[in-house]
Design a protein around this ligand. Structure first.
Ligand code: FAD
Length: 382
């Protein structure tokens, strides 16, 4: 554990750990098997304050710094990568609203976002805009008192139960020749918002994913985040922080795989001895622990930079790239250690292997992380 984490936050992390490894683990397994959303089961997480981790105390949140926040996401992900991304996205959206909303919007929204029935979502991706959000075509038409949004969003986590969406759209009132991508806070509970579940996911099957059609959905004047033309900047800065969350989700998966691997290797016997006696198995365990610890150190470095208010874009991408790729390698090894038993879905490592896969894809694929890291290194004056 990092020495930079306060005793109060250590206590919160261990409370989350106990809760997660108890009832959450069971719930996650049920959600995975039946492919049912975990979003209706968030009550105990609200009670622990996990939906207000990145909201300040004046607005009812916990005001948790990034470093302990990352460790909390890891503990949730150890038991449930699906719950971890659900609360990770919500906290990322809260943070973006707190950073870019006008003071009146913060007073109106932040106290709501920490209580049930106000889950939030991040609607950037579209059918033709994934790695390149600048090709988003959703439109925001200026009308008296606000905007009307038209377009299609894809892959929205928390997209069915969620109520408050930050939506990237091109504003019709941008000055000629200036950037028009802007970020709007949308109340998704209106007739002009049509949402449909995306089913059949390989992993994180308890997490809710939706597509959304906007047919003139209304956004009032005060619900613009930042200025017209700042949408991409807001999306990318939210993703910088979000990547620390996804890296932590990957670490939770890796840690769970390693524990499963060790326990199985010590009990499964072949050739009259535990398989843990074989060097081939020992090396898989050793390599996994090494990559797990390296992932945690990279996450802690990025989180501490962020908490100090320093630039952390490159370090967040490095942490996300390494931790997510490592989680896939570690999950692969875990299945290998289990042999045939790891190949069927009553074995937890089978699920962890599937859950790990998304971590190299969302909030920027591994290829995009490499692009960000190289761009940051080659930036003039870097
Ligand atoms: C379960 C799930 C949940 C998600 N949740 C959200 C969410 O809440 N909100 C949201 O807005 N989005 C969400 N996404 C979308 C996710 O962020 C995108 O899937 C991701 O950014 C990749 O975009 P894409 O799928 O369109 O792939 P593409 O961008 O089409 O990429 C396809 C391939 O091309 C590669 N590629 C693309 N551009 C380059 C390049 N310049 N250099 C090298 N390689 C490149 C990619 O790395 C990838 O391998 C989610 C996706 C999933 C699957």
């Amino acid at each position: 554990m990092s020495t930079a984490i306060s005793a109060d936050h250590e206590l919160l992390i261990s409370t989350v750990r106990d809760f997660a490894r108890g009832e959450l683990l069971e719930l996650d397994r049920r959600c995975d098997h039946a492919e049912t959303s975990c979003c209706g089961r968030l009550e105990p997480l609200y009670e622990m304050g996990l939906l207000g981790l990145r909201v300040d105390e004046a607005h009812g949140g916990i005001d948790c710094p990034t470093l302990p926040y990352a460790h909390i996401i890891r503990e949730v992900a150890y038991a449930s990568p699906a719950f971890a991304v659900t609360i990770g996205v919500h906290n990322m959206v809260c943070e973006a609203i707190a950073r870019y909303g006008r003071p009146e919007l913060l007073d109106e929204m932040l106290p709501r976002l920490v209580v049930p029935d106000n889950l939030s979502a991040f609607a950037i991706s579209e059918p033709d805009a994934g790695s390149d959000p600048s090709s988003a075509t959703t439109r925001a038409e200026r009308i008296s008192g606000g905007w009307r949004l038209f377009g299609n969003k894809l892959w929205v986590t928390n997209g069915l139960t969620g109520r408050w969406f930050i939506v990237l759209a091109r504003a019709s009132d941008a000055p000629a020749g200036r950037r028009d991508h802007s970020m709007f806070l949308l109340d998704a509970r209106q007739d002009a918002v049509h949402r449909e579940a995306i089913k059949g996911k390989m992993g994180i099957r308890g997490s809710e994913t939706a597509e959304m059609r906007l047919e003139g959905a209304f956004v009032p004047e005060g619900h613009l985040l930042g200025q017209i033309g700042e949408g991409l900047k807001i999306a990318l800065s939210a993703l910088d922080g979000g990547r620390i969350g996804i890296a932590s989700q990957a670490i939770g998966i890796s840690a769970a795989c390693l524990d499963e691997m060790i326990a199985y290797a010590q009990t499964r016997r072949q050739f009259n001895r535990p398989i843990a006696d074989f060097q081939a198995i020992q090396w898989m365990v050793a390599d996994s622990k090494t990559e797990l610890d390296a992932s945690q150190l990279l996450v802690d470095r990025a989180a501490e930079l962020k908490d100090r208010g320093e630039r952390f874009t490159r370090e967040a991408s490095i942490a996300k790239l390494f931790a997510s790729e490592a989680a896939n390698r570690i999950a692969y090894r875990a299945v290998q250690v289990f042999g045939g038993s790891g190949f069927v879905n009553d074995c937890r490592v089978e699920q962890l292997y599937r859950d790990a896969r998304i971590t190299t894809i969302y909030e920027g694929t591994s290829e995009i992380q490499r692009l960000v890291i190289a761009r940051e290194l080659l930036r003039p004056g870097a």
